[in-house]
Write a protein that binds this ligand. Structure first.
Ligand SMILES: [Mg+2]
Length: 320
């Protein structure tokens, strides 16, 4: 896979994360009064502009681990190194840690197998696995012709299950994963066509499997994108619930063609600003025609670290 595509995708995640990070948890009305137009610092956490959070850290942890191949114990160990040692952070300390992710890492460290560490309770349906899906998609994109559809879903599900074991979180990753793979495979297609096709591939796959099929109803807006495009901003949910996040990301991608404006649109939805913008940035970055703002890119903290893991992936047979 070309270096530029890995770079663009990971940069998209980091820029979205850093743009949204200071503004998270604020209600949408706050953004009506004062919309975010630039990268700023402080706010939700005491960090300067350009600081990236868990979304990018866990993305780098997966990119690092997948550079050595798919080993779920190793991926979980990388997550634990972030959580305990502050590896993959620009601050030396892990912060903005999701509850489901923290619980799963502690369960793993106490001796539970990696694939059983994520709680399968219905309350554990935050967007913690969606935020780190980009490296998994880059890995799968490189194996397009050697992995069956079932094997691709298995990897999307298993990398999710590490921290989020409920079937709804698995289906969310399957839907976003197929949408992202379609964007990568067909950069010439309008995003609307790529998302429609990707969501349809996942829906067709899940429809034949009773364990997953019953979850599709929650994601209904993704199968009616025409309706979603015409939905008012005030009716778009933007919480950290996996269903809300996926709908919010899709709405931003479908309603704003300029990638930098699209990231701001994601932030200005409010609530889980950094994760919604990070996922949006990852999808946009999969198209080589996407150019993120140089000013935002240059403001990212410790870009050398991000570049190190991108370079390592580029050199690895698993991304080539
Ligand atoms: Mg975050």
């Amino acid at each position: 896979m070309n270096h530029k595509l890995i770079k663009n995708t990971i940069y998209g995640v980091a820029i979205g994360d850093a743009l949204g990070m200071p503004h998270q948890f604020l209600p949408p009305q706050e953004f009506d009064k004062q919309p975010v137009t630039e990268m700023t610092g402080y706010g939700a956490f005491s960090y300067p502009a350009g600081t990236w959070s868990d979304d990018t850290s866990l993305t780098l942890a997966l990119l690092d681990s997948l550079s050595q191949g798919v080993n779920y114990t190793q991926i979980m160990q990388a997550f634990a190194n972030w959580y305990q040692l502050g590896k993959y952070t620009p601050t030396g300390i892990a912060f903005d840690i999701g509850a489901g992710t923290a619980e799963a890492i502690k369960t793993f460290l106490a001796g539970t197998l990696a694939l059983a560490a994520g709680s399968s309770k219905v309350t554990n349906n935050g967007n913690g696995a969606l935020m780190r899906l980009a490296p998994v998609v880059l890995y799968l994109a490189n194996r397009d012709d050697t992995l069956s559809l079932a094997e691709q879903f298995e990897i999307l599900h298993n990398t999710t299950r590490l921290t989020h074991g409920h079937v709804r979180a698995l289906v969310a990753s399957g839907l976003l994963g197929m949408a992202m793979l379609t964007v990568q495979r067909h950069p010439e297609w309008p995003l609307r066509r790529a998302l429609t096709t990707g969501f349809q591939i996942a829906r067709d796959y899940y429809q034949n499997q009773p364990a997953f099929q019953s979850e599709l109803i929650d994601f209904k807006p993704l199968f009616h994108l025409e309706q979603l495009i015409n939905t008012n901003r005030n009716d778009i949910p933007s919480s950290g619930y996996v269903v809300d996040t996926l709908i919010a990301v899709s709405w931003c991608l479908l309603t704003e063609p300029n990638p930098n404006a699209c990231l701001l649109k994601a932030v200005n939805l409010g609530e889980d600003t950094d994760t919604i913008a990070a996922i949006t940035g990852g999808v946009l970055g999969l198209n080589p025609a996407t150019h993120f703002s140089h000013s935002w890119l240059s403001q990212l903290k410790d870009r050398a670290q991000i570049d190190y893991y991108i370079h390592q992936a580029t050199e690895s047979a698993n991304f080539n």
